[in-house]
Design a protein around this ligand. Structure first.
Ligand code: SF4
Ligand code: SF4
Length: 94
């Protein structure tokens, strides 16, 4: 049976297959949201390297283009590691 959301998983079930979190938009687990300031960004991609959810979007030229909020869980590592303070965290509003 195909599931459209992690919320449809039976209680006690976890995402167990390597890489299968991509099938579920787990970004809505987030309680804080990263806000990216493209004006401050120098495209060093530290955030890309450190992001545990591969949620930093980068184009073919190796430039950061944004954050994929479908998968970002709001851990704040990108904001912590950014050398230019180009990312800050805000409380997620739903
Ligand atoms: S770590 Fe900061 S400066 Fe570097 S690419 Fe990410 S947002 Fe831009
Ligand atoms: S908050 Fe965490 S999961 Fe989201 S983009 Fe930053 S490092 Fe990745």
């Amino acid at each position: 049976m195909a599931l459209s959301s992690w919320k449809e998983l039976p209680i006690g079930t976890i995402i167990t297959e390597p890489g299968n979190a991509r099938e579920f938009k787990t970004g809505d687990w987030r309680s804080q949201r990263p806000i990216w300031d493209s004006e401050k960004c120098i495209h060093c991609l530290f955030c890309f390297i450190y992001c545990p959810d591969s949620s930093i979007k980068v184009n073919e030229e190796g430039k950061m283009t944004g954050i994929d909020l479908d998968y970002c869980k709001g851990c704040g590592i990108c904001a912590e590691e950014c050398p230019k303070e180009a990312i800050h965290m805000e409380i997620e509003k739903r």
